[in-house]
Design a protein around this ligand. Sequence first.
Ligand code: NAD
Length: 442
Amino acid sequence: MTAPSVAAPAETVARLRAAFRTGRTRPLAWRTEQLAGLRALLTGHREEIADALHADLRKPRAETDIAEVDFTVREIDHTLQNLEQWLRPEPVPAAALTRLPPGTSAHTGHAPLGTVLVIAPWNYPVQLLLVPVAGAIAAGNTVLAKPSELAPACSALLARLLPRYVDPAAIAVVEGGGETTTALLAERFDHILYTGNARFGRTVLRAAAEHLTPVTLELGGKSPVFVDRGIDPGAVAARLARAKFANAGQTCVAPDYLLTDPATARTLEGALARAVTELYGPDPARSPAYGRIVDERHFDRVVALLDSGRTVFGGQHDRADRYIAPTLLAEVEPDAPVMREEIFGPVLPVVEVAGLDEAIAFINDRDHPLALYAFTEDGHARRRLAEETASGALNFGLPVAHLGIPELPFGGVGESGSGRYHGRWSLDTFSHRRACLDAPLV
Ligand code: NAD
């Protein structure tokens, strides 16, 4: 067998390198054809994609459409609409430190890097594989895509479909677990985009250092939510519940914990309970709109966090079904188990603080999060949050939604990652900004 998904990693990388050198990936027409192919794959196999996501994560249909298929299609459409313009060389004034011959011009261009490795996780296994792949293609690279073995149905489906919709000489899928990823990382790539946990992110960086390969790290962390006093609890709760409990809390930018004063915490308890019932009915275990935990290891990990505070609602769990109810924990101590790691599950702890000063100090005492959320109408508080904290993104009022704006870069800072992608930012990530000077001889 020599199908791309089972060829040895080294062989596949060599094949992709050779394809890059032929120049086939450079023309705009090739790039837009591949992007259109990706789009056709997504729209033409919506049902199979939904089935695979259901098999891997019991992902509800609405979430599949919104956060996997339509999200990726919109990203592709945005790139298709703008790529030609983005690729235009950008002239710069040719004023130099030394004298230049008259008529000298200078510009910057986007040069493809070569062969890109995309390593994806299991929680949004379609979006988080194909959006970076689309960016790498738009920039004119050949791409090796490595889906997560923890979402095996999606991995198999994408490995089967991609060669039918995009140029198999230039875009390959290699399936597999730790051993395969380790073998891939021994190869030389021209860029690696890794999405996943920070522990393995360090391994990726070390392996890349061997070849001086640039790396984009899309990691996670504990994204806090500050809720100011006097905010309408109903509006906050509806937006929070949707963002937190989608995909059973397994979202890298999900609100991880709440920081608020004791009185606001009390008013939010009832409002969040109502919001959860509105989303999933009285028994979320029976709701087709509520997902499951990916595997037993993660199930056990999240269940062990449930005793970290007073349970306001939720707490029910069923290992056979990998079900954990949407859970709100009140009066959680800053050093409780649930506050010591990224939760990545449907558990929302509330840590009480006296006010904004204490909230900012709490955030700054910890790793820089992937997103910082705040519900406040106070301009002074907004300015302070913007100026006195660091995070991948700062979002007032609508958790998670910043991801859907392709003009915004998506990425972390510090422990939540380095580098960025989406839209034009993907083109920058997967290109070399080449400096070009043209001086006439006479
Ligand atoms: P995962 O276990 O699927 O791992 C991600 C990828 O790395 C997979 O392809 C896997 O095969 C590979 N990998 C992981 N550990 C490995 C090892 N020891 N040896 C070889 N290969 C290995 O996904 P995960 O790490 O559990 O993902 C969850 C984490 O990812 C969370 O921290 C989450 O916040 C973060 N995340 C970040 C983003 C983002 O866009 N910033 C998106 C989703 C998830």
